[in-house]
Ligand binder design. Structure first.
Ligand code: TRP
Ligand code: SF4
Length: 331
């Protein structure tokens, strides 16, 4: 079995964008790979270091969300990054193999810096050493487990490329030791927000979370963007510009989707009814996820994280030994 590794920053609960983007892929991958799933608390702290409580809470929240969608803790090793000091050690060793200029040119890092002006300044003049260096730490995340395959979205590709460069440099200096990871594209489906925005996110206030209760869902869907040209209930409209239809397509049955589409085009359906039907379909879709989530008590989640972390630690210790030997620091 090949080894797969991926990570998530524990900064919030999972929403439908995560589910359709990444979650569904993870569910398929768990059967065919030795799967390490890192809850990347150390990486989350690089831009949340002033808010440690947020990161701590979300370690458990995000793990529960992942279990709720059906990831099987007997197959997936869930672990917490900060509990694996081997990753931190590797990060230090790899930091010699990357130039500061190269990190500053990394497109993902550049975009993030420009989005975090409050923290890093208008032109990135207050960038921290830790944030600029997180791609090095991410290369350690992957190689600590001999990760061969990394499921990531296209926004993460520059980070994987950076990891490959570090691996090549390491091998060329210290001899063939590390594997160059390949990518499997995950996050291929990007789910738009309820307001029609290309991205779904907490800061945009346009996301449906897997833990949202019936009232919350109802309110959110009632406010979703519809075809703005439709004024009266029996005006024909264009479902393709309507977010309610867009979400029907994600969670409803084929038959109902077709009905919504044809009735909308004919002017045979009002938006309020249409939204109510979506609320019902959404609740039905989320119910099994929320039911499964309830089975994972704090105690149980702690145990799952502990087990996964033990397996992860053993594996990363092996890797660290190899690296130290190659670098002649295996005293
Ligand atoms: N950078 C990733 C994100 O922001 C999270 C992450 C941490 C990761 N370590 C990783 C992804 C290792 C893939 C592999 O979502
Ligand atoms: Fe959208 Fe439904 Fe209204 Fe058509 S009837 S515009 S699909 S909410």
């Amino acid at each position: 079995m090949k080894t797969i590794l991926t990570g998530l920053r524990p900064t919030g609960n999972l929403h439908l964008g995560h589910y359709f983007g990444a979650g569904i892929n993870y569910l398929k991958l768990q059967d065919d790979y030795d799967f390490y799933l890192e809850i990347a608390d150390v990486q989350a702290l690089t831009d949340n270091f002033t808010n440690p409580s947020k990161v701590r809470e979300n370690v458990f929240e995000i793990t529960k969300d992942l279990l709720a969608i059906g990831l099987n803790p007997d197959k997936v090793h869930f672990f917490i990054q900060s509990k694996i000091p081997q990753i931190a050690e590797l990060t230090v060793f790899y930091s010699n193999l990357v130039t500061v200029a190269r990190l500053q040119r990394n497109p993902t890092v550049k975009t993030e810096i420009s989005q975090k002006k409050e923290l890093f300044g208008n032109n990135g003049e207050s960038i921290t050493y830790g944030f600029l260096g997180y791609p090095v730490s991410q290369a350690a995340d992957i190689t600590a487990f001999d990760g061969e395959v990394v499921p990531v979205g296209d926004d993460q590709l520059p980070l994987l490329e950076q990891c490959r460069e570090i691996v090549r440099k390491f091998n060329s200096i210290y001899g063939q030791t590390l594997k160059e990871p390949e990518q499997v594209l995950s996050n291929t489906t990007r789910v738009k927000g309820l307001d029609g925005n290309e991205k779904m996110g907490k800061s945009l206030g346009n996301a449906i979370y897997l833990i949202d209760d019936k009232d919350t869902i109802s309110k959110k869907i009632m406010n979703a963007l519809t075809d703005t040209k439709k004024i009266k209930k029996d005006d024909p409209a264009n479902p393709d510009v309507c977010m309610v239809y867009y979400y029907h397509k994600l969670v409803n049955t084929k038959e109902n989707i077709e009905k919504v589409c044809s009735e909308c085009k004919k002017g045979a359906r009002g938006c309020v009814t249409c939204k109510k039907e979506l609320i019902e379909a959404m609740n039905k879709f989320l119910e099994p996820i929320q039911e499964r989530r309830k089975q994972f008590t704090d105690e149980k989640v702690k145990e799952i994280l502990e087990n996964g972390t033990n397996i992860a630690r053993a594996k990363s210790e092996e890797q660290l030994k190899k690296v130290k030997k190659a670098m002649k620091i295996d005293y």
